[in-house]
Design a protein around this ligand. Structure first.
Ligand code: ATP
Ligand code: MG
Length: 379
């Protein structure tokens, strides 16, 4: 039986939950020629939302859509390679004429991709070392996007990464190129909200004030519960007691990936259990934590003592406030406020913890909710 709670790859439209307003807003931005900054906590659903946008009829018929996740890139060359390859891969199925219009513009790499001399089939064999003039190749790629025979939408996911490239003017370079575009809209996405907002909201930065900003929050509780109910009803074995859905939602404060992963496993068990109960849900969660234990232990082994005890303290509080206060330090038997402050900085950089602003207070939490639960149970 197909599991309606999809946790890997592309989610069929039917099993994509809500995000109607967000999809509408993105569509409006694309049509109105605005670029967008899309942020959210990790695993809230940014990438899936963008994929969903790309599946909208208007978009897939009238636009070329490109998507690159640059999380693993550490240089402008790698960025160019990923983007070039994505455009190439998207255009190959569209036929020779469309592909040629791209190949003809990217003159700086003409030896490394095009058509295989023997088979005549399209081939892409660019290596990082072939990108000898990154600035030139980058501007050729943007030339293509500007002159393509259809308008384009290009998503750069985990965009904060460009701030870490050794070349120090990448932000300014990209901003100049993006600014000139009439034929291509950009969606910049990422979960490192602090870095991204700094990139887009501080007057001294090249991207200052250049985009519409969108923060992706949790899916509304009643909408999510309605979706869960519908997915189970479809199987002909509806869940009688809807409070169990509410229980799952609340357990993870509606955080999409965690809710979905749990539902996926609950559904997988469903055949052999007559009813979905809170006990079953708790068992499923314990099993997930057990499966992840090895990876959690590895993550903790990379931290020093202070970082580890700070992480544990935050996990225990779930939503921790005033972490550098004497009260917090005392309650969790930590070393000192300044040691906690340093540890918090490192943990934020590692994206192991995150924070949101509640008025003037910072509320810290563990980014991975399964890790939070595991620590809280273990320590
Ligand atoms: N609208 C949705 N409908 C159904 N499932 C969803 C939806 N949004 C997210 N999910 C579930 O949550 C998972 C994580 O979503 P996604 O990868 O889009 O998050 P993300 O914000 O891009 O995460 P990351 O910060 O790690 O890149 C998906 O694999 C899917 O299981
Ligand atoms: Mg993502």
């Amino acid at each position: 039986m197909f599991n309606p709670f999809v946790i890997n790859g592309i989610i069929p439209d039917k099993y994509f939950c809500d995000r109607e307003k967000e999809t509408e807003k993105l569509l409006r931005c694309v049509r109105n020629q605005s670029n967008v900054l899309l942020t959210s906590p990790r695993r809230m659903g940014k990438t899936q939302l963008i994929r969903h946008l790309y599946q909208q009829e208007d978009i897939c018929q009238s636009y070329y859509t490109f998507y690159v996740d640059i999380y693993s890139t550490t240089s402008l060359q790698e960025f160019i390679l990923l983007l070039g390859k994505e455009i190439y891969n998207t255009l190959v199925p569209k036929g020779k004429k469309v592909l040629d219009s791209f190949l003809n513009v990217i003159k700086s790499l003409s030896g490394s991709f095009g058509y295989d001399a023997l088979t005549g089939l399209p081939s892409f064999d660019v290596k990082l070392g072939d990108i000898r003039m990154p600035e030139l190749t980058l501007s050729e790629i943007f030339d293509y996007l500007e002159n393509a025979d259809k308008p384009c939408v290009c998503t750069i996911d985990e965009f904060q990464q460009i701030g870490k490239y050794p070349e120090n003017n990448v932000e300014a370079q990209l901003r100049t190129l993006v600014q000139k575009m009439n034929n291509c809209r950009f969606i910049f996405a990422g979960s490192d909200r602090h870095t991204l907002e700094n990139m887009f909201n501080s007057p001294a930065k090249p991207f200052y004030n250049s985009v519409e900003q969108m923060y992706l929050d949790r899916i509304d509780k009643s909408v999510y519960i309605g979706f869960m109910q519908q997915c189970f009803e479809e199987t002909g074995r509806p869940v009688q007691d809807l409070t169990v859905f509410e229980y799952i939602y609340d357990l993870f404060e509606g955080h999409t990936y965690y809710v979905h992963q749990t539902l996926h496993n609950v559904f997988a068990y469903y055949d052999s259990w007559t009813t979905v109960t809170e006990t079953l849900i708790n068992d499923v969660v314990s099993e997930i934590l057990q499966d992840k234990e090895h990876s959690f232990l590895t993550q903790l082994s990379l931290l020093n003592y202070t970082q580890k005890e700070t992480l544990i303290a935050i996990a225990k509080d779930v939503n921790a406030t005033e972490v550098t206060s004497a009260a917090f330090v005392r309650r969790h038997s930590l070393q000192s406020p300044s040691a906690v402050q340093n540890a918090v900085r490192t943990l934020l950089n590692l994206q192991m913890i995150t924070y949101r602003q509640n008025g003037r207070t910072k509320v810290y939490s563990i980014s991975d909710r399964f890790l939070q639960m595991w620590i809280a149970r273990k320590y």
